[in-house]
Design a protein around this ligand. Structure first.
Ligand code: NDP
Ligand code: OXD
Length: 314
């Protein structure tokens, strides 16, 4: 069998070398190598180009480097009959939880107010309120949402989750489906997005959503944290909401266009906390171990783990 690396924006050669060590009996090629596409049985992919699957008449499995597979599912020449697996690993999950906990803590502890006052050399104490007075709402209670919710709950935050099906997690209030979206938002001071990008979730971070958030517990107004996909956010609405006070702050790790264009107004808004899509990464050690096990399992049993449901879109 031959495994092809098709990894845009990451060091494809370094991944190939790591796989050659972990699977010494298999052939591993990169896009820079000479190979016959008909010999490729597995493709390990991130941000596939238009020709990604061309000529692969014997391809059996598409293995995603990312946890999110929206970029693969929307590929115009995707061989739709093939299974797609996604990246699920504790190292990525814990990395995301770090990002969420850090940003929730920052907004709970009024980072924007203190940064503004620092600029004026103003020494003014606002006594911190306990974590239990802050309602955090997590949209998307899958691999990542559940871990973040559990960690925030442990820190004393009042946590709720919203998903398609209800989740029974101790100490975390469960909301599900479109009919419970409004009550979920109404109780939420800090809204965290960990949804997959699908037609149902596109542009979910918009004015209509922000207007329903609670304005009771955070002195500066509600905050949003988007660590999922840029396609979830309506960026003009976010910019307007941050400037009008409809939102007190936003932490954004992902954007409609990446890298975020130089002329985006978001860069200059002081209550917008921008990171360049690094909330959580698919580490090489974990990725090589996961894919090596997936292939061994598939070769032995024909089964795979973490298979995407193309109908649901995640
Ligand atoms: P999962 O597939 O494990 O979980 C998705 C969750 O979203 C599930 O709880 C699902 O509900 C819920 N959901 C899906 N559609 C809807 C909907 N229409 N309404 C309500 N809930 C919905 O995904 P992960 O937790 O592994 O990852 C989430 C996303 O995080 C990825 O898709 C990716 O885009 C993003 N990501 C971003 C990274 C970064 O660095 N910024 C890194 C890694 C991932 P149910 O449980 O009922 O099915
Ligand atoms: C992912 C990502 O989906 O890094 O894994 O965005």
């Amino acid at each position: 069998m031959t495994l092809l690396m098709h990894l845009s924006d990451v060091d494809e050669q370094a991944w190939a070398n790591a796989f050659r060590t972990s699977m010494p009996n298999q052939t591993v090629v990169t896009r820079a190598d000479q190979f016959d596409p008909a010999e490729i049985k597995y493709i390990f992919v991130w941000k596939p180009e238009l020709n990604a699957f061309d000529g692969m008449t014997n391809l059996e499995v598409i293995l995603s480097l990312g946890a999110g597979v929206d970029g693969i599912l929307k590929h115009p020449k995707l061989p739709t009959h093939l299974p797609i697996t996604r990246f699920v690993d504790q190292s990525l999950t814990h990395c995301m939880t770090d990002y969420v906990v850090a940003n929730v803590g920052m907004h709970h502890r009024q980072a924007t107010k203190y940064l503004r006052e620092q600029k004026s050399k103003l020494w003014k104490q606002y006594y911190p309120r306990e974590a239990s007075t802050v309602n955090v709402g997590i949209m998307g209670m899958g691999e990542l949402g559940i871990d973040a919710a559990t960690a925030l709950n442990r820190l004393g935050y009042n946590v709720a989750g919203w998903s398609r099906s209800k989740k029974d997690i101790e100490g975390v209030q469960a909301f599900a489906g479109p009919s419970e979206f409004k009550p979920f938002l109404n109780r939420t001071d800090i809204l965290v997005n960990l949804l997959p990008l699908t037609p149902d979730t596109e542009d979910i971070l918009c004015t209509q959503t922000f207007e329903q958030l609670s304005r009771k517990n955070l002195p500066g107004g509600p905050a949003i944290i988007n660590a999922a996909r840029g396609g979830h956010q309506h960026e003009p609405d976010i910019a307007a909401a941050l400037q009008s006070g409809l939102l007190g702050a936003a932490s954004l790790d992902v954007f409609k266009v990446e890298p975020l264009p130089q002329d985006s107004p978001l860069w200059d808004i002081d209550n917008c906390y921008i990171t360049p899509h690094i909330a959580a990464i698919s580490g090489m050690d974990a990725g090589v171990e996961l894919v090596t096990k997936q292939i061994a399992r598939y070769e032995e049993t024909g089964d795979l783990l973490h298979v995407v449901d193309p109908q649901r879109g995640y």
